[in-house]
Ligand binder design. Structure first.
Ligand SMILES: *Cc1c(COP(=O)(O)O)cnc(C)c1O
Length: 457
């Protein structure tokens, strides 16, 4: 075994703890505000939407949080996930760089999202929740929550962004296979959905609108239904830390350490999941790994947005947090990487980016698909359009290393497979895919609708 390709951990290596970056963050946390009063939220307010255990994790500064046995049992269906060295891609690029990828596409849902869906369903189950409501863009999060709800006997209602609902009928069928109910958002089932349709009956939907609908249903259920969010929040990024914790061990097996860690970024969960354990090593153990978040030019919250307080959803029902945002009324162009179409960004990622502890770039849709095809032809896996953004950046790093004649160790997160995204690949292969660049003027116009928050110094 002189040239191993796959680095496989044993079941007994499955992490027993999630890593919570808040324990090591050099940046004081910013307040989370009620959308109605703009005063700091209380557990009371949040408990309408979330079970207490998740609220505690949201504000926790404990470094390691124990993973319940019930969650580890289900993780074992697909974790630890493999780390691969992309030897064939390296050869195709003729690069001296070593490229590694963590394959989160092996989960039953096809992405990293079950890593948080499973514990969220578990904590809701033990809190007595009967049903969970949520939104989904590309369908990955809805699938993950449908899977997890099914395991714990909780009903799941998914508000799916209408354009994705139309582009990806089989994602809907997969959610229904696990027992979930799926609605094309904006729907006529909620006050907010009806108000959107009244002013624009062809509205293609957005994550912000779908979140508003799912939140409304939970908030008006008299406590029977809670709401579940697949990204952005601290507890979600904490659950995703299993990716990076495993990857640290696997890089050790490979006897290498990454110079750069790359992830695509929508709300920030798969990037935070792989990057935060490496950020800990940077902060505490003198490592100097570059952490690179890759977003689409169609929804460039980090590279073009403003770091300020904004609502988490379009209807202004979700809490107000400090983050990089394009404005809560932002409706992104209908790119195929549906999971990256969010107006904001995880507050922790935003804070680290603002402090210069992580880097970000934006990538156009066509070059992302070009990289995805190159990866598929070299490594065999058809990546999710979201993950294609990370692959673009990884390939560009490898080509840069080649140009400079450097050996560089590159690690990226393959956040999901693209087996349900054949419509997108068909469009790309047929020359029908367009690039979108979000105009900065629109961002500035959207800033006028921001909440007028005054934080005491
Ligand atoms: C949802 C999703 C993303 C984007 O969400 P993050 O929270 O930023 O990780 C990326 N890749 C895949 C495959 C997804 O399903």
């Amino acid at each position: 075994m002189s040239d191993p390709t796959r680095f496989i951990l044993n079941e007994s290596d499955l992490p027993r703890f999630w890593y919570n970056i808040q324990a090591d963050s050099p940046i004081p946390p910013q307040p989370v505000l009620r959308p109605d009063t703009l005063e700091p939220v209380t557990p009371d307010f949040l408990s309408v939407l979330f079970p207490m255990e998740l609220i505690m994790q949201e504000v926790s500064t404990e470094r390691f949080i124990q993973i319940p046995d019930e969650v580890r049992e289900i993780y074992k269906l697909y974790r630890p996930t493999p780390l691969l060295r992309a030897r064939r891609l390296e050869k195709a690029l003729g690069t001296p760089a070593h490229i590694y990828y963590k394959n989160e596409g092996v989960s039953p849902a096809g992405s990293h999202k079950p890593n948080t869906a499973i514990p969220q369903a578990f904590y809701n189950k033990i809190a007595g929740t009967k049903a969970l409501t949520t939104e989904t863009g590309a369908g990955q999060w809805g699938t993950a929550l449908a899977l997890a709800g099914n395991f714990f006997g909780i009903d799941v209602e998914v508000y799916m962004v209408k354009v994705s609902y139309q582009q990806k009928p089989y994602r809907r069928v997969m959610m229904e296979t696990y027992g979930a109910r799926v609605f094309a958002s904006p729907t006529d089932q909620t006050n907010y959905g009806r108000s959107v349709l009244a002013s624009d009956k062809n509205n293609p939907g957005s994550l912000g609108i779908a979140i508003s609908e799912a939140v409304e249903v939970a908030a008006t259920s008299g406590g029977k239904k809670k709401y579940s969010l697949g990204s952005v929040l601290n507890h979600v990024l904490t659950h995703q830390s299993v990716i990076g914790e495993e990857a640290l061990k696997q890089m050790d097996m490979a006897d290498e350490y990454p110079d750069v860690v790359i992830g695509c970024i929508g709300g920030g969960s798969n990037f935070g999941g792989i990057a935060y354990p490496f950020l800990r090593e940077n902060l505490k153990n003198g490592r100097k790994t570059r952490l690179l978040a890759v977003e689409p030019t169609a929804a460039p919250s980090l590279t073009k947005g403003v770091y300020t307080f904004d609502y988490g959803d379009t209807a202004r029902m979700a809490p107000v947090v400090k983050m990089y945002t394009l404005g809560h009324s932002f409706v992104p162009p209908s790119i195929h990487a549906g999971g990256l179409r969010y107006h904001g960004m995880a507050p922790s990622i935003s804070a680290f980016y603002d402090a210069g502890l992580i880097d970000a770039i934006a990538v156009k849709q066509k070059p992302a698909f070009e990289a995805a095809i190159q990866f598929a032809r070299a490594e065999g896996i058809v990546p999710a359009p979201e993950s294609a953004h990370a692959i673009r950046a990884a390939i560009d790093e490898a080509l840069d290393a080649k140009a400079k004649g450097e050996k560089r160790v590159i690690l990226f997160n393959l956040s999901g497979h693209g087996n349900f995204d054949m419509g997108a690949y068909e469009a790309y292969l047929g020359g029908k895919l367009e690039d979108y660049e979000y105009p900065v003027e629109a961002v500035h116009a959207a800033m006028e609708e921001l909440p007028k928050v005054r934080i005491p110094a």
